[in-house]
Design a protein around this ligand. Structure first.
Ligand code: ADP
Length: 395
């Protein structure tokens, strides 16, 4: 029987998963899939590593996260019947100030992570439910929590501070940063793909539905655009990104908006969706001819370029830019627009390489190198899980 690892990335309405075979010196992705529309019209889809569809079916309407997990468990028992599940790795958005490395899941850890829910109310509760459910159902099954904040714990104090009275920092009100598993994967890949850049100053642009930038110096995070929550920094699909906190005070005092209404506005109705009035989806905006869509895309690109300048200043220079995640990996148009705004930093884009999806997209001799590297947060979680539990395949 083969040993396999399950990786779970659970969000508010979706549950993504990957199954890895644990081989001698590597992890082979075997299955992947997701349940989308949890709570409304849930739909289950699973694919083989090579892309063949194994399941593509609606689930009964209104299923909650636990029911979705049950469905996945039952399906996996059949689909991976020739294997033995030896561990589960989970993506957890917030590890707070304390958790700077992957950690074995137990009741105490869950209690501590529960206390961080107010810092990530729209993500953390959904990350915790699968861990709790599995711990209750199969206490002997090892589980590992991998934190999106952990990779940024190398940031210097100056990068973590807000200019509030110091007691707030001590209480945990600081810039944590997110998308850490994605940045860690890119930092791990750079020495293989572009060894000349691994020890240089690199800005990684994780541009997906959630979007942020990270400044890597010698492969370590030294600054990032997201802060105390995953709301700060770049505009995103539905999140506003950086906002004058005075706007929040105005909305509450002058517009009489309650805190829940403000939260919904900033997290769910702003960003690309708010500006365009059309869609949070970059593909839809690029296909649209409306002025709103155009404005939203222009603002996205403008903020990315501005924030790259800020991170370059934080590092005292910049040697390379790496694009990743849904938009960063798949949109030559957005990459080209950002590159145009970064000509002043010495970026000379190789248009043909950019259009063809090549890895290195800058011209030879460009003072600022540019790359596109696909991220793989799930593999990072699987690697951490294997390492922490010291797992090797059954003999
Ligand atoms: P998440 O943060 O949900 O993991 P992804 O990394 O999957 O998000 O990115 C989703 C975004 O990527 C969406 O805005 C989608 O429109 C965009 N995207 C995917 N493919 C393309 C493409 N070919 N061109 C432009 N945008 C794309």
């Amino acid at each position: 029987m083969r040993d396999f690892l399950l990786v779970i990335n659970a969000g508010s309405s979706s549950l993504k998963f990957q199954v890895f075979d644990v081989c001698d010196d590597r992890l082979d992705m075997r299955l992947r899939g997701q349940i989308e529309g949890i709570g409304t019209r849930a739909h289950f889809k699973a694919l083989e590593a090579a892309g063949a569809v194994l399941a593509d079916e609606p689930l009964p309407a209104g299923q909650d996260q636990r029911a979705a997990l049950d469905h996945l468990g039952n399906w996996l028992r059949q689909a991976a019947a020739d294997g033995h599940l030896i561990a589960v790795g989970h993506r957890v958005v917030h590890g707070g100030a304390h958790y700077s490395a992957p950690t074995r899941v137990n009741a105490q850890l869950l209690r501590e992570l529960e206390s961080l829910v107010p810092l990530a109310p729209l993500h953390q509760p959904f990350n915790l439910t699968p861990m709790r459910t599995l711990l209750e159902a199969q206490p002997e099954l090892p589980q590992v929590a991998c934190f999106d904040t952990a990779f940024h714990r190398t940031q210097p104090l100056l990068a973590e501070l807000f200019a509030l009275p110091r007691q707030f920092y001590d209480e945990g009100v600081r810039r944590y940063g997110f998308h850490g598993l994605s940045y860690e994967y890119i930092a791990r890949e750079l020495p293989r793909r572009a060894p000349e850049l691994a020890h240089k100053r690199v800005v990684v642009a994780h541009l997906g539905n959630g979007a942020s930038l990270c400044a890597l110096d010698h492969g370590c995070s030294v600054a990032t655009t997201m802060g105390f929550t995953a709301l700060d920094g770049l505009p995103m699909g539905t999140r506003c990104g950086g906002l004058d906190p005075g706007v929040v005070i105005y909305l509450a005092r002058e517009r009489g908006m309650g805190i829940d209404a403000i939260e919904a506005l900033l997290y769910q109705r702003s960003g690309l969706l708010g500006l365009s009035g059309e869609s949070n989806d970059m593909r839809a905006l690029l296909a649209s001819t409306s002025p709103g869509a155009r404005l939203a895309v222009d603002y996205f690109v403008y903020r990315i370029a501005r924030e790259i300048g800020s991170l370059a200043a934080a590092m005292g220079g910049i040697d390379a830019l790496v694009f990743t995640a849904g938009i960063g990996e798949n949109s030559p148009h957005i990459r080209a627009q950002v590159a145009t705004r970064l000509r002043w930093l010495g970026l000379e884009l190789d248009a043909a390489a950019n259009d063809s999806g090549a890895a290195c997209i800058s011209r030879p001799g460009s003072r600022l190198a540019a790359w596109t590297i696909a991220t793989n947060e799930e593999l990072m979680i699987a690697l951490h899980t294997r390492e922490l539990l010291n797992l090797s395949p059954a003999q």
